[in-house]
Design a protein around this ligand. Structure first.
Ligand code: HEC
Ligand code: HEC
Length: 300
């Protein structure tokens, strides 16, 4: 803050306080007269008149009180431009102090938990409770408070994984994030609308959904042929986790299983994005989160 603005703020702040003092002082004459009168100010609004009575005492003292409070506050805390206040308080150092207190309280606890393997933490009620709280703040916006997901956001409680559900993979997913790449209209982007209808029918039939058999038959050729769907989803269509390509043979769907939804996926492609948390969360917290997610699908 430049000296000019610093002065500007101080003058306005102190000026208005002293201005108020002057106002209270200047009108004190009517205030010393404590008995109520029937005299009016002479104003008349639609026949309603105003008595000329002093301010109530309690109200007046309250007013002086707030002025004294404001002056003491401005001496102790920053408020007058560059002046830091006698207490040296700032929102930044208050935050730092709180973080320090939190670190010294929870630090050893986090360190202790982070030293244990995820499989073990997943059975520890205290660790799960902490993981669940972290999940509620960091992850539930997308995955839901029960981690069951929604359209486009995977369910983390089933044992069906895009990238894998082992402890290390979970930690990698949370730390570096993920970006899926399902190309529009197959690998070459060359499928016609009719072909999309057929390959969608075949894909749905893999999950046991009822489809037009002729369309599914034609769709199978496309799936293994010009659509090159197997490049990512695998020869058996069970998915390839290294590419985040889902298993198409189970009835678990990230983007819906209606003919229309599956056609939409194939026509436009999909690229779900899981944000990276490596920058914002400590490795200890990520460890706890991974343990919590692991516990959801690995119940004893
Ligand atoms: C902005 C939304 C968003 C937030 C916040 C988010 N995720 Fe995700 N997450 C996604 C999406 C979308 C995917 C699926 C990515 C894809 O389609 O490939 C995903 C995928 C995952 C996967 C992989 C699932 C699988 O089947 O392999 C895990 C594990 C996961 N998230 C855990 C978390 C955790 C733990 C947090 C909190 C630290 C979190 N996510 C926060 C959107 C989010
Ligand atoms: C380059 C790799 C790649 C190719 C080729 C590919 N896919 Fe995919 N597919 C993916 C990925 C990755 C996802 C997950 C997208 C996401 O999570 O956002 C996906 C998702 C899907 C889904 C959504 C599944 C669900 O759970 O909602 C369907 C359906 C699908 N693919 C069908 C096909 C068909 C049919 C073809 C061939 C025409 C094909 N894919 C070709 C990578 C591929």
């Amino acid at each position: 803050m430049s000296t000019f603005w610093s002065m500007w703020i101080s003058v306005i702040a102190l000026g208005s306080i002293f201005g108020l003092c002057w106002l209270l002082h200047a009108t004190r004459k009517s205030q010393t007269n404590t008995t109520e009168t029937t005299e009016t100010t002479g104003h008349s609004y639609d026949g309603i008149q105003e008595y000329d009575n002093p301010l109530p005492r309690w109200w007046l003292y309250l007013f002086w009180g707030t002025i004294v409070f404001a002056l003491i506050y401005l001496v102790l805390y920053p408020g007058l431009g560059k002046f830091q206040g006698l207490l040296g308080w700032s929102s930044a150092n208050q935050y730092e102090r709180e973080v320090e207190v939190a670190n010294s309280t929870y630090g050893p606890l986090y360190a202790e938990l982070a030293a244990k393997p995820i499989e073990e933490l997943a059975t520890d009620p205290k660790a799960i409770k902490m993981g669940q709280r972290l999940f509620a703040t960091e992850c539930s916006v997308c995955h839901g408070s029960a981690a069951t997901g929604s359209l486009g956001f995977p369910d983390l409680t089933d044992d069906d994984w895009l990238y894998g559900g082992d402890p290390d993979t979970l930690k990698t997913t949370i730390t570096v994030g993920r970006r899926a790449m399902m190309p529009a209209r197959g690998m070459m982007g060359n499928l016609t609308d009719a072909e999309i209808t057929q390959v969608a029918a075949f894909t749905r039939s893999l999950s046991g959904l009822s489809v037009d058999p002729a369309a599914a038959e034609a769709g199978k050729e496309i799936f293994y042929g010009k659509g090159s769907c197997t490049t990512c989803h695998g020869q058996d269509a069970k998915g390839i986790q290294a590419m985040g390509a889902p298993n198409l043979t189970d009835n678990v769907w990230l983007y819906g299983n209606s003919q229309q939804q599956v056609e939409f996926t194939i026509r436009n492609g999909r690229s779900g994005e899981m944000p990276a948390f490596g920058e914002t969360l400590s490795p200890e917290k990520i460890h706890l989160l991974a343990a919590y997610v692991y516990s959801l699908s690995n119940k004893q």
